[in-house]
Design a protein around this ligand. Structure first.
Ligand code: KMH
Ligand code: ZN
Length: 272
């Protein structure tokens, strides 16, 4: 079994300082949170960006400044900027970070309810995102909230509409309105991916650690961070993303699975 890659989703687009005062908005806060996660054992940072007042944005220049600052503070770290952005953004708006030619970026694999909102990823949008990633040589992290999302992206890969083997999937389970975060559902999804793929499990809210504990012995990787949960345990707010990552490292140690550094993660993900 490969070493465990831990991704920290440090900011997200929907969570706010009202949920947890440590949620980062400014460039300095983003660097502080990224470094806390990196120092705790995260090899990958999933990046959303905000205006200083917390408003989510997909502005290319904001991504450039934040990603350059994180890279300087966290040598060798793998950055996965979001092309999901926030609910309601246009496809063009969301695609801006791909203009910076990152080594990876998320590609969301279908439309779904997202709490009271609808996260829109129709087929024309997904074809446009796939085309951009092929043109700019970006490895997608395929975000699947549903089995239908996985099935759709596998069909698109077969037709050459999105980058193919080896594919990296992120199974985001427990979003309100989507597939529940159970070990059974995770296994069902993992059974359907092509041999040689890599995958990550993201459990939303209180399922973050339950899903991590299921994924680690299955050979999967784990994402945690304020995008997914702001709690360390019931009623206890995490002081930093680093605390959330440290909890996953603890689980990995208990289960006897070593954690990958960025260079090892880059090899496992077939980057560069
Ligand atoms: N903010 C969510 C609506 C991604 O990063 O690609 C979508 C999201 C997915 O966070
Ligand atoms: Zn995201």
């Amino acid at each position: 079994m490969e070493k465990l890659i831990i991704t920290a989703a440090i900011c997200g687009a929907e969570v706010t300082k009202e949920n947890n005062p440590a949620v980062p908005y400014t460039v300095d806060e983003m660097v502080r949170e990224a470094k806390s996660a990196f120092d705790a054992g995260a090899a990958v940072i999933h990046v959303h960006v905000r205006e200083d007042d917390g408003t989510p944005t997909q502005d290319r220049e904001r991504f450039r400044v934040v990603m350059d600052a994180i890279k300087a503070a966290c040598p060798g770290v793998i950055l996965i900027p979001s092309t999901g952005g926030a609910v309601g953004m246009t496809a063009e708006e969301r695609l801006q970070p791909t203009e910076l030619f990152p080594e990876m970026a998320t590609l969301d694999c279908g439309t779904c309810n997202f709490g009271d909102d609808v996260f829109m990823n129709d087929m024309p949008t997904m074809r446009a995102f796939g085309k951009r990633m092929l043109e700019n040589h970006i490895k997608p992290e395929y975000e699947c909230f549903e089995m239908g999302h996985l099935d759709t992206i596998l069909k698109m890969a077969k037709k050459g509409l999105v980058p193919g083997d080896p594919m990296q999937f992120n199974f985001v389970l427990g979003v309100s309105g989507c597939t529940p975060a159970t070990a059974g559902n995770l296994q069902w999804l993992v059974n359907a991916i092509p041999a040689g793929s890599t995958w990550t499990a993201t459990g939303i809210g209180r399922f973050a650690y339950e899903l991590a504990a299921a994924a680690i012995p299955m050979g999967g990787n784990v994402r945690v961070g304020f995008e997914d949960t702001v709690y360390l345990s019931k009623g206890v707010l995490a002081k930093s993303n680093g605390e959330l990552v440290a909890r996953v490292v603890e689980l990995a140690n208990l289960l006897g699975r070593p954690v990958a550094n960025p260079a090892e993660a880059r090899k496992i993900l077939s980057l560069g």
